[in-house]
Design a binder for this molecule. Structure first.
Ligand SMILES: [Zn+2]
Length: 339
């Protein structure tokens, strides 16, 4: 008994531990033999402390504590090593030569793609992109745009009315009025967004997309309108002729509808253009001075032009999509083609 016994146990423990290696069961047996709570050797050595003569207790106690620490520390290390070896063994059962699982890849919607293309053309020309509410008040959707309550243009637009008297905006033009109310010229904006009308067939959906443009400054003429829209349409469709036809809109005067030569037949006539060789693509005009008066822009000092077109229609033309409703069907067979 005494310090010699401690040294023996220490040697035996280290030898047993080495023999156990990384085998979890053998390690457990070593743990029980030395550090077991009931009959472990460390228990026995601790009990032996009481039998020692007082002058030996102090050295023995210190050596015993060191031995306990060593046993606990080494057992812990060995258990951790065995554990990570086990985990490593598990990993190696994965066949790393097999091909991985591909994450599903999303695609941008064709209307979104066309919108971005058009926005980018105008951003390069120095315009900014504006946004506005889809639930609109009567003033911004109609009155400010020179469409009073008894105006026949209200009938054309098949409006969704809300009980509060608000409407789902029938065009993106109310954003023009909002921007002119809060910002003084010069103004150069495009406004993309969702609009709503009570209409549904091959070519109409109760919700569809428009993009609207507005320029207000001193000395803006119809020449600026024409040059801007020709530049834009040549960027968007490259090889087309552009023509302007007189038209009518309540908020512009004079007004013009703009056609391009049919992108399918090049102008010789086909089913898409109903044999005419031309496709109507946008509406435009010089901002009516009465609109300026309503939104507080000095009509003596400033002039401007506005234009608008259907994004869905452009997406259908550019990508040859036959039915407008396909765009809003949520059918991934359509969108996947744009990945
Ligand atoms: Zn054609």
């Amino acid at each position: 008994m005494g310090l010699e016994r401690l040294a023996e146990v220490r040697e035996a423990f280290l030898a047993d531990l080495e023999a156990a290696g990384n085998d979890p069961e053998a390690l457990e047996a070593v743990r029980i033999r030395y550090a077991g709570r009931r009959s472990g050797l460390l228990q026995e050595l601790t009990a032996a402390l009481r039998e020692l003569p007082p002058e030996q207790k102090r050295d023995y106690g210190r050596a015993l504590n060191e031995l306990k620490k060593l046993v606990e520390g080494r057992l812990k290390e060995a258990a951790a090593a065995a554990g990570s070896r086990k985990a490593a063994a598990k990993v190696s059962t994965v066949d790393v030569t097999l091909p991985g699982r591909r994450p599903p890849r999303g695609a941008q919607h064709p209307v979104h793609l066309v919108r971005r293309r058009i926005e980018n053309i105008f951003l390069r020309m120095g315009y900014s992109v504006e946004d506005g509410p889809e639930v609109e008040d009567d003033w911004h959707n109609f009155e400010a745009l020179n469409i009073p309550p008894d105006h026949p243009a209200r009938d054309d637009q098949d409006t969704f009315y809300m009980p509060s008297g608000h409407v789902l905006r029938t065009h993106t033009s109310p954003v023009q009025a909002r921007v002119m109310e809060r910002q003084s010229p010069p103004i150069r904006i495009v406004v993309p967004g969702r609009v709503y009308r009570r209409d549904s067939d091959l070519r109409h959906s109760p919700m569809f997309h428009q993009i609207e443009g507005l320029v207000v400054d001193e000395g803006i003429t119809f020449g600026h309108l024409k040059a801007t829209l020709e530049t834009f349409l040549h960027e968007l469709f490259s090889d087309v002729a552009v023509r302007f036809r007189p038209s009518y809109f309540p908020f512009t005067e004079p007004s013009a509808e703009v056609d391009i030569t049919c992108i399918f037949c090049g102008g010789s006539g086909c089913g898409v253009c109903s044999g005419s060789g031309w496709i109507e693509i946008l509406g435009s005009g010089m901002v009516d001075p009465r609109v300026f008066e309503k939104v507080g822009v000095d009509a003596e000092r400033y002039t401007g032009f506005a234009f608008g077109l259907g994004l869905d229609r452009v997406a259908m033309l550019v990508h040859g999509i036959p039915d407008l409703r396909l765009l809003f069907s949520g059918d991934q067979r359509l969108t996947r083609q744009f990945a």
